[in-house]
Design a protein. Sequence first.
Length: 289
Amino acid sequence: MSHREEAEVQISELALLCSMFPREEEFSVTDQLALAELKHYAENGSAEVPSSKVQFTLNVKTELPNASVVEFSMACALPLKYPAVPPEITVRSSLLSRSQQVQLNLELRRFLEQQCPQEPCVLSAREWLKDHAAAYMGREPSPAPRSPLQPEGTTFTRLWIYSHHIYNKQKRKSILDWAKELSLSGFCMPGKPGVVCVEGLQSSCEEFWSRVRRLTWKRILIRHREDFSLEGGGQAEVQNQRKFSTLEEKCFDARGARGNHMDLGQLYHFLEEKGCADIFQMYFGVEGC
């Protein structure tokens, strides 16, 4: 199946979901720009490959044995190669503990990989959730096995995020606010391209990325990731791994008609001062000077 045929399958499945669940509280596309790009790509032979995945939310209600009704949220993203590859689905509920949620999502992923290979499967995922979700409300799943070198909560992570551009003031504010909330340090360079670095406990970095990637972007990705094991996981060890004291917005002599092009030479020297000069080539494909 070609990319365009896969795009057509995605559009057909989204249309079916929209017809089955017409109310916004049941089904909503969270990235309309990505959907428009997908439709344009499917309908125009010369169109560029979409830069973003279509993302949407399905809310599922299921009844517990005590007759109470619980709602689960399915946050879905369709990779360009879907249905040749499985969808990215994360199930959430305020009534699930963290370990219950992790186990539920792990078993849903296994179900999709084993039972729905290379087939549209969002509805199958929804039905599986309706049939199985209640079982997680009354038990604490066994924790997943983990390496003795990386016990839970003792991994320090640094994410280097690349965006086609970062202009929107609300997005920039959210990046700063979320980093503060999650005790992350680093920096954000707005403009075109946009660069974000966050560092801190692994779980906090992953939560930050989960929030950021669900905003509307032309293109955003993790360009590089660093993970470091911490022996005890104490604050002193975390602080020793940090290269940045807080997370702040950095502008380097903005130029261009919109003032949106930063001086990349100054960015390189800033990274060099922080001991991160090698990252510059990973971002831009050239060595700094």
